[in-house]
Write a protein that binds this ligand. Structure first.
Ligand SMILES: [Zn+2]
Length: 427
């Protein structure tokens, strides 16, 4: 019975279909065949999943794979290997590569590499502007035809208001999503951490929360003007969460994502000048962190995404302000997000929805659910297994995690992409 697998007796949590119950799942030729009480074909291989949670493979809509151009930081092979280890079966790849993904030829290269060397699905995000230079829009229609699923200049904001207006208008003719790295460049200035008590104490230039919220406020007015689809990447402030909540209540097509480091850590992690606590936007204060938790609890923040940003040691072993922004996150996404469940911020199903069906729908992907007929992208995990994050044991090329040494619970046991086992914790 080749091509079939019967996963038996798991706690199946499938937010898209409102399912949280002990059930079986039958995979045939890479497709989900049946969920519930399955009658497996004779001779079908059986995987006993008693005591484990079976969920759709995670969809991470904010990942930097670094290839082409920065292979010394990460590659499509290495980044997708880390994804598989983290239970992530689809990654959306940001376009700030070299060359920038602002052209169908680059999109085609990424997809071809992903097919030949990738461990999980790769969904390219195209640049909003040529070369991420913030001057001229890309050919979004051609980019979509080549396989792009959304548009962003991530790493940089689309700062020019007129250009952002045109980007929203142009993208909406294709129904495409614009993902904004919301930061007012003038307000951010040379700030290299959150502006507050800790930046004063450390004597480091800070950037205020308003650098984010001013840009989000502006963008939301442009969304109202254009009717475009707009998504705030890595939201980090209460002001911006409130603004997104108001826009959603008005019926605008607006969403936002939060990164685990922003809801799990504060700027206290910068004490000691640890450059693995340096990212953009920066780790914020306690008040902002609580606003993010509330945004998740109230359903204003509907997506959890890593902003997985691998960097080579040379880019991080420098003075704090000179260090590159970003941390890896694919392999800590699940356990750190499960802290939200343990702390009562949200239920398991809502938490998994934010990493499966919610991002899949935003990007228009036929993923993130356990519906029969869909590709068998699956995650089996032990909800309570304790472990300690060890940078040396991560699977990607770079190990710049801000969670090294953190005691977490929740361990990925097996990851399947289209029915194929791509990660097995038991070797
Ligand atoms: Zn960004």
């Amino acid at each position: 019975m080749s091509g079939f697998l019967w996963i038996r007796g798991a706690r199946v949590v499938d937010p898209a279909n409102g399912l949280d119950a002990t059930a079986d799942l039958l995979v045939g030729d890479g497709i989900i065949r049946e969920v519930g009480r399955c009658d497996a074909p004779l001779g079908c291989p059986v995987l006993d999943a008693d005591g484990l949670v079976l969920a759709p493979g995670l969809v991470d809509m904010h990942v930097h794979l670094r290839e082409p151009g920065f292979e010394y930081k990460e590659t499509i092979a290495g980044g997708t290997r880390a994804a598989a280890a983290g239970g992530v079966t689809t990654v959306a790849a940001m376009p700030n590569t070299r060359p920038v993904n602002d052209d169908p030829s680059v999109t085609g290269y990424i997809l071809q590499k992903a097919r030949s060397e990738g461990w999980v699905n790769v969904a390219p995000i195209g640049a909003v502007t040529r070369g991420l230079e913030g001057r001229e829009l890309t050919e979004m229609g051609l980019q979509i035809r080549a396989g792009c699923v959304a548009f962003s200049d991530d790493g940089r904001p689309v700062a020019d208001s007129g250009l952002m207006r045109r980007a929203l208008e142009y993208a909406s003719t294709f129904g495409a999503l614009i993902i904004q790295h919301a930061e007012d460049p003038a307000l951010a200035g040379h700030g290299c951490m959150h502006e507050g008590v800790i930046s004063s104490r450390l004597g480091l230039p800070g950037l205020p929360s308003e650098a984010e919220s001013v840009m989000v406020d502006r963008d939301l007015r442009l969304v109202a003007l254009t009717g475009g689809r707009y998504h705030v990447a890595h939201i980090s402030t209460g002001q911006a969460v409130e603004a997104v909540g108001r826009a959603r209540a008005m019926g605008l097509s607006v969403s936002c994502e939060v990164a685990p480091h922003h809801f799990a850590l504060t700027d206290e992690a910068v004490l000691g000048y640890d450059t693995d606590a340096k990212m953009s936007p920066p780790l914020r204060g306690h008040e902002e962190r609580h606003a993010l938790l509330e945004g998740l609890a109230r359903g204003i923040i509907t997506v959890i995404a890593t902003d997985h940003a691998p960097h080579d040691p040379d880019s991080k072993r420098v003075e704090f302000c000179q260090a590159s922004n970003g941390v890896v996150g694919l392999e800590t996404l699940l356990p750190v997000s499960l802290e939200l469940v343990r702390d009562g911020v949200m239920g398991l199903s809502a938490c998994l929805a934010a990493m499966t069906v919610a991002p899949a729908r935003l990007l228009g992907l036929n993923r993130g659910a356990l519906t029969p007929g869909m590709p068998a992208d699956l995650l089996l995990f032990d909800l309570d297994a304790p472990w300690v994050v060890d940078a040396a044991r991560l699977h990607g090329t770079s190990r710049n995690t801000c969670f090294h040494g953190r005691r977490v619970r929740g361990r990925v046991k097996k990851t399947f992409v289209a029915g194929r086992l791509v990660h097995d914790d038991d070797g």
